[in-house]
Design a protein around this ligand. Structure first.
Ligand SMILES: [Zn+2]
Length: 180
């Protein structure tokens, strides 16, 4: 994927992020930097709820909001809370490949069957539920979605640094997403 920036050394971290909490996130997770001590949060991370992902982070370093597809469109108050009360100045938006919120509509039948069998729902209710919420949570393409969310957040919170990232489930590494 040529839209991704691999980070294997400090110099791979784009300059604008190198000394920021976003750069630190990459140092901890990709470069195995020793975990520093923090008394307050430095970063807000938005990432998918997917079970295949886990970040290597120091205690107290970051607020983390996990949602399907790292979609924070319905979590804005939590974001503004982390900024206003938590005092964070940087946001890392982390999409991932093989995300279940991509092509959600192809899964309608297994979704409905799953709710009926696993949760005891009536079929009609499960169908109704899917039809109502799938359009809200479908994200299209992981990379484009994170990029458009980064743009949206920069307009919404102009003094906050926002970095679009991708988590690759095969190697568990973080990549910067190339912009423009
Ligand atoms: Zn996902």
């Amino acid at each position: 994927m040529k839209r991704l920036i691999t980070v294997e050394t400090l110099e791979d971290i784009p300059l604008e992020y190198r000394k920021s909490p976003v750069g630190l996130l990459l140092e901890y997770h990709n470069l195995n930097r020793a975990l520093d001590k923090f008394t307050k949060a430095q970063l807000l991370i938005g990432m998918c709820m997917d079970n295949r992902k886990r970040l290597r982070l120091p205690d107290n370093f970051a607020y983390i909001i996990r949602t399907g597809g790292a979609n924070l469109q319905h979590s804005e108050f939590k974001v503004s809370f982390a900024i206003a009360i938590g005092g964070i100045k940087s946001i890392a938006l982390i999409g991932h490949n093989q995300c279940g919120m991509v092509n959600l509509f192809q899964r309608q039948e297994s979704f409905v069957r799953g709710l009926v069998e696993n949760a005891g729902w009536k079929r009609e209710a499960a169908e109704e539920h899917f039809k109502r919420f799938a359009p809200i949570f479908e994200i299209g393409n992981e990379i484009d979605f994170v990029l458009s969310e980064a743009k949206r957040f920069r307009v919404r919170f102009p003094k906050i640094q926002v970095a679009p990232l991708l988590y690759m489930v095969e190697d568990n590494q973080l990549y910067f997403i190339q912009e423009n």
